[in-house]
Write a protein that binds this ligand. Structure first.
Ligand code: 3PG
Ligand code: MG
Length: 399
């Protein structure tokens, strides 16, 4: 099936037309100050917005931010994002204080050719995420009424059957934006016949979030390296005690069966950094993975594990990495994530970083983004893509 692209839309006349761009501007905000702590997702959508501005379209950007409960909540306002987007575009972004109400309608009506507006958080309206087709459809009707064409550039949200992702494209001429195209091209290459050895590095806190992707990837990969909070459930499945580390007791059996079926492809930590408490200044040291003392909590993979993971990565031709190896937000427990990320950055392989957290880790640790072949803006979306699931946002563009 073919997806029409932004270039197809630009080849038609877009000057003066209202183009609704669904972006994923769900950026992390500092809880105290409300400041944007990582603007990667805003920068990722600039190529699409820039092209539309250049072509003289009236650009109406919409997005969700966080998970407000279907009504306005100032803590989740997109207003700061409008400011940052304007700085990056080098032109002011008109901000609508609602999503489909008076402010949205008058803001859009006031746009000159080549100007950009950002609507308030889509999730301030219950219709956005509703499971009820009619409720979602009614909201989609209102959104669609604001525009003449629709561009999906919200890769991070394509796995959501939400009004702005799934129902609006059924109501307007629709195309994929540059970011969505690039993401689908890169992840499609991983899902196809990636160059071998193909090494996948998985971290993050929960095994349950990653189970489906592990099942899907095991037959395809040469090695699957597991770190982060999720490694403790695997270590437990190997018969080790994990102290007070993160543990999903109900997943232990599943992990045991995965290890049995994995043909030795799964590599687990051989040493871990354990601490007295989950705190940046907690006293900590490195222990063997089969000797985690009770009452201590594992917060990072150890140096010998980093060396082993780095060696596996060095031999790879294709690498996909999703999820930090430890609590990288705390300097004492960032060495694992940094070490593995550096090894991935240094390799000559085709390297893809998947996900909000790992992408944010790359930037927070000051690593060179250019050293990776692709940094995905999708966390859940990239995993579901690799699982082979049908993604509602992509399906909507195909029809
Ligand atoms: C994300 O951050 O994973 C995307 O923006 C999707 O957000 P959601 O998980 O709240 O739907
Ligand atoms: Mg998510």
């Amino acid at each position: 099936m073919t997806i029409r692209t932004l270039d197809d839309l630009l080849a038609e006349e877009v000057t003066g037309r209202r183009v609704l761009v669904r972006a994923d501007l769900n950026v992390p905000l500092d809880k105290q100050t409300g400041q944007i702590t990582d603007d990667g997702r805003i920068r990722a959508v600039l190529p699409t917005l820039g092209a539309l501005v250049q072509a003289g379209a009236k650009v109406v950007v919409c997005s969700h931010l966080g998970r407000p409960k279907g009504s306005p909540d100032p803590a989740f306002s997109l207003r700061p994002v409008a400011g940052r987007l304007g700085e990056l575009l080098g032109a002011p972004v008109h901000f609508a204080e609602d999503t489909v109400g008076d402010s949205a309608r008058s803001t859009v009506a006031g746009l000159a050719d080549g100007q950009v507006a950002l609507l308030e958080n889509l999730r301030f309206n219950p219709g956005e995420t509703s499971k009820d087709e009619a409720e979602r459809g009614a909201f989609a009707d209102q959104l669609a009424a604001l525009a003449d064409a629709y561009v999906d550039d919200a890769f991070g949200a394509v796995h959501r059957r939400h009004a702005s992702v799934y129902d609006v494209p059924a109501r307007l001429p629709h195309v994929a934006g540059r970011l969505v195209l690039r993401e689908v091209e890169v992840l499609g290459a991983l899902a196809g016949e990636p160059d071998r050895p193909y090494v996948v590095v998985l971290g993050g806190s929960k095994v349950s979030d990653k189970l489906a992707v592990i099942e899907a990837l095991l037959p395809k990969v040469d090695r699957l390296l597991v770190g982060g909070g999720m490694c403790f459930t695997f270590l437990k499945a190997q018969g080790h005690e994990v102290g007070s580390s993160l543990l999903e007791e109900e997943m232990v059996e599943t992990c045991r069966s995965l290890l049995e079926r994995a043909d030795g492809k799964i590599m687990l930590p051989v040493d871990v950094v354990v601490a007295d408490a989950f705190a940046p200044d907690a006293s900590h040291d490195t222990v063997r993975a089969d000797g985690i003392p009770s009452k201590r909590v594992g917060l990072d993979i150890g140096p010998e594990t980093v060396a082993g993971f780095a060696a596996a990565v060095r031999d790879a031709r294709t690498i996909f990495w999703n999820g930090p190896m430890g609590v990288f937000e705390m300097a004492a427990f960032a060495h694992g994530t940094r070490g593995v990320a550096e090894a991935i950055a240094e390799s000559d392989a085709f390297t893809v970083v998947g996900g909000g957290d790992s992408a944010a880790a790359v930037r927070a640790l000051g690593l060179d983004e250019q050293a990776f072949s692709h940094i995905s803006t999708g966390g859940g979306a990239s995993l579901e893509y690799l699982e082979g699931k049908t993604l509602p946002g992509i399906a909507a563009l195909e029809s």
